[in-house]
Write a protein that binds this ligand. Structure first.
Ligand code: ATP
Length: 325
């Protein structure tokens, strides 16, 4: 069967599964501007895609419509975690937009393997959306260019275009104006997961509240510190450790004070620096090299934390298999 042909052989429907993986991210730097009249915040951020991936298997179905399930192969403990499986799910939304843009969409079932913590500040839902866009694009032969896909991605959420793109990128605007950065050297991190989530809007609101009470003028962020990009280009974690910044961190710590202890413990146990990832509560600890990262992850695990070693940059969303059933 050639791509683009209908998934029927004679009268018999043949299901096809396209499996895509898409990375989570850490914000190596994140400057947040004042609350804008439209309710958004401008940001200036350096995104780094890390080796912790979501996977979406999109299977065409003869019955129309979109269904979503979470794979038992998910490595997260999802007990008590709220992931909507209806039209509120970001993967569902991505498939719905792709169906509208494709000439002959079939029904589709999306099975998501969750590895990126939910409401963890690593863009897990956004990675699911990016993976789904790519999977449905292949499944329905939508013929969209990579640029058009990025445009659709931006409409689904500020972090979705980056999960499609991967690597290292500077994000301006609300995070959607992305420019890839040529920084390919590997940097090693230990991620410490929390057993609770933080709502991104709550964290932004808390930051606005803290700033209001201080009465300080907050500048519009317009660029990122070039030292950060240089350190990423050179694979120089020492320099990087001195310039990591996250404006949201103090708001996340105000909501979850124990984050300060986690960062302190990581630094005491050998991390070059630690920070809250995005809106948190995942903590990203910068390590000197892969060996130091695995020793630190093991140490924190022995102390009862849920910690793993990862590295970045890694590529964005890509197809890992395409099978006719
Ligand atoms: P970001 O860093 O982009 O703000 P996050 O990683 O902190 O996002 P997500 O895990 O993407 O947060 O999801 C936040 C909320 O969105 C969840 O609490 C959940 O209710 C809802 N949600 C919608 N779709 C998904 C999905 N596919 N996976 C997980 N949560 C989803």
């Amino acid at each position: 069967r050639r791509p683009g042909e209908l998934p029927y052989q004679g009268e018999r429907f043949r299901a096809r599964t396209v499996r895509v993986k898409a990375p989570g991210k850490v914000n190596v730097s994140l400057a947040v501007g004042p609350l804008r009249p439209d309710g958004y915040h401008s940001v200036a951020s350096v995104y780094l895609a890390v080796s912790l991936y979501e996977e979406v298997a999109a299977t065409s179905t003869e019955a129309p419509g979109i269904t979503v399930s979470i794979s038992p192969a998910s490595t997260l403990d999802l007990d008590g975690v709220d992931i909507p499986l209806d039209e509120r799910n970001l993967a569902y939304k991505a498939a719905a937009v792709m169906a509208e843009m494709s000439e002959k969409p079939t029904g589709v079932h999306l099975e998501i393997t969750k590895r990126v913590p939910v409401a963890g500040g690593m863009g897990g839902g956004s990675a699911d959306a990016a993976a789904t866009l790519l999977a449905c694009d292949a499944l329905w032969n939508s013929g969209l260019s990579r640029e058009e896909l990025a445009h659709v991605a931006a409409e689904l959420g500020a972090d979705v275009p980056f999960s499609l793109l991967g690597g290292t990128a500077v994000g301006l605007g609300v995070g959607d104006k992305l420019s890839p950065a040529l920084a390919k050297a590997q940097v090693d991190w230990v991620l410490v997961f929390a057993d609770y989530g933080l709502s991104t809007p709550d964290v932004f609101r808390t930051l606005d509240g803290l700033r209001d009470s201080e009465g300080a003028e907050v500048p519009e962020p317009v660029e990122v510190d070039p030292t950060i990009l240089q350190a990423l280009r050179n694979g120089d974690p020492e320099t990087l450790s001195r310039v990591l910044v996250n404006d949201l961190q103090r708001a996340s710590i105000a909501l979850a004070p124990q984050l300060r202890d986690t960062i302190g413990l990581g630094e005491a146990q050998g991390a070059l620096a630690g920070m809250v990832s995005g809106s948190g509560p995942t903590v990203a600890l910068l390590a000197r090299d892969p060996g130091a990262a695995s020793v630190l992850a093991e140490d924190l695990t022995h102390r009862g934390h849920n910690a793993i070693a990862v590295h970045g940059p890694v590529p964005g969303a890509r197809i890992i298999s395409d099978t006719l059933l």
